[in-house]
Design a protein around this ligand. Structure first.
Ligand code: PMP
Length: 427
């Protein structure tokens, strides 16, 4: 595959932008392809190659690239202005839509990114409980802010910095990190820190250490113990919101967290996220309360209209859309599992709804330790061979693959052919 233009752009970018990219996960060796445009299930690069895309910008694009209705809604809004510094009706509609779909959220505040959403949800939990400590889980990624960059997944793990430099130890001394899927250790830690824990924050399904599912009753048991101890349970559904179903993981598993963070899909591919939950907590946010949070661009009408249009399409087609996404994902995952078995390769596949990941490990993956023990070199060779055969997956063992409504049966067949070739390479 010709990649000369991408290669040259990467050389230039590296001199101007750290690592040549504006978010670490986009970098991979020898050089990432530079995208010129994208439509439906496909990305096109500056060397005229195309790729069936299972990264989908790390999750937001559940309707695929450049969905005509989403694009039209943005274009229509552009002619009316992009930001006002005053409230808009669109923001009220968005809050109404979210609180209807997420029964645990009485109120919500719009922000610009998942990072902001989790940072402010944690601040709200601390302000409300008047406690400082929080508990997070190994391999969960909640954005790039100081409270949570401890044993964080995603790019932080891919590039060997799960605990970032530059974060004061005074900040992270209040962040307790525990293994996922281990209720006993969580119970012990909560007992050892009686009346000191403000919040437990969790990706109910981990999408940032590969894809890791909660074991039976794990989330219910977390809900039970946090409720008993007056600890705010924060579900970080930045990936799983609108992905596992319209109502996210909380609807799927039947759990009502105190606070929730949403992002990615809710912005339809534009910068938008939110945090929200019980009104007795949210009513403490400025200007009505003393927990401060603000942002110049939050709730801008361009992001909000893109998000609302996306969510409304999902609402209109709910059963059909989510069933079809699941069916396509199952076809791909079953095909992948058959190929792994036929070739006698040591690999596992985890999947749920329209998310899946292959793990280069012979043992089932239930936590971050397991994910870290995977053969990363094999994963890299697999990913590069897929790329050579026109399939783009997130270039890391510590991410998740996504499907969109624009992936066709033909896309899946072509992808399985590419997977066949890629698995032969790592046999
Ligand atoms: N939470 C989760 C679960 C995420 O997956 C991410 C991003 N991948 C974030 C928070 C941070 O979101 P953002 O990149 O929009 O800041």
């Amino acid at each position: 595959m010709n990649g000369l233009n991408s290669k040259n752009l990467f050389e230039k970018a590296k001199k101007l932008i750290p690592g040549g990219v504006n978010s670490p996960v986009r970098a991979f060796s020898p050089y990432p392809f530079f995208t010129s445009h994208a439509i439906g299930s496909k990305l096109y690069d500056v060397d005229d190659n195309f790729y069936i895309d299972y990264c989908l910008a790390y999750g937001p694009l559940i309707l695929g690239h450049a969905h005509p209705k989403v694009m039209a809604s943005v274009q229509n809004q552009l002619s009316k202005g992009v930001i006002y510094g005053t409230p808009t009706e669109l923001e009220v509609k968005m809050a109404e839509t979210i609180t209807k779909l997420y029964k645990s959220m009485d109120m919500t505040r719009l922000v610009n990114s998942g990072t902001e959403a989790t940072m402010h949800a944690i601040r709200a939990a601390r302000g409300y409980t008047k406690r400082d400590k929080i508990i997070k889980f190994e391999g969960c990624y909640h954005g790039a802010h100081d409270y949570v960059l401890v044993k964080a997944g995603s790019g932080a793990t891919t590039f060997g910095a799960p605990n970032s430099l530059g974060i004061p130890s005074d900040t992270t001394k209040n962040t307790i990190v525990l293994p996922y899927n281990n209720i006993d250790l969580l119970t012990d830690e909560i007992k050892n820190n009686k009346d000191e824990i403000a919040a437990v924050i969790i990706e109910p399904v981990i999408g940032n250490a590969g894809l890791i599912l909660p074991e039976k009753d794990y989330l219910h048991n977390i809900r039970k113990i946090t409720e008993e101890e007056g600890i705010i349970l924060i579900f970080d559904e930045v990936i799983t919101g609108f992905r596992i179903g319209l109502g996210g993981a909380q609807e799927f598993y039947g759990i009502s967290p105190d606070l929730t963070t949403l992002g990615k899909i809710m912005g339809g591919g534009l910068p938008l996220a939110c945090y929200g939950g019980k009104k007795e907590i949210m009513n403490n946010i400025s200007p009505i309360g003393k927990i401060y949070q603000a942002s110049t661009l939050s709730g801008n009408p361009i992001s909000v209209i893109a998000g609302l249009t996306t969510i409304n399409i999902l609402i209109d087609g709910e059963r059909i859309i989510y069933d079809k996404l699941k069916e396509n994902c199952s076809k791909l995952v079953n095909g992948l599992k058959d190929l792994i078995e036929d070739k006698g390769i040591s690999a596992q596949v985890n999947s749920i709804a329209s998310m899946y990941q292959i793990f280069m490990n012979k043992e089932p993956i239930i936590d971050y330790t397991g994910a870290q023990q995977c053969d990363k070199k094999k994963f890299y060779e697999y990913q590069i061979e897929l790329l050579n055969n026109n399939v783009f997956i997130p270039p890391s063992q510590f991410e998740t693959c996504f499907l969109s409504t624009s992936h066709s049966g033909d896309d899946i067949q072509s992808t399985l052919k590419a997977i066949d070739i890629a698995l032969n390479r790592i046999k």
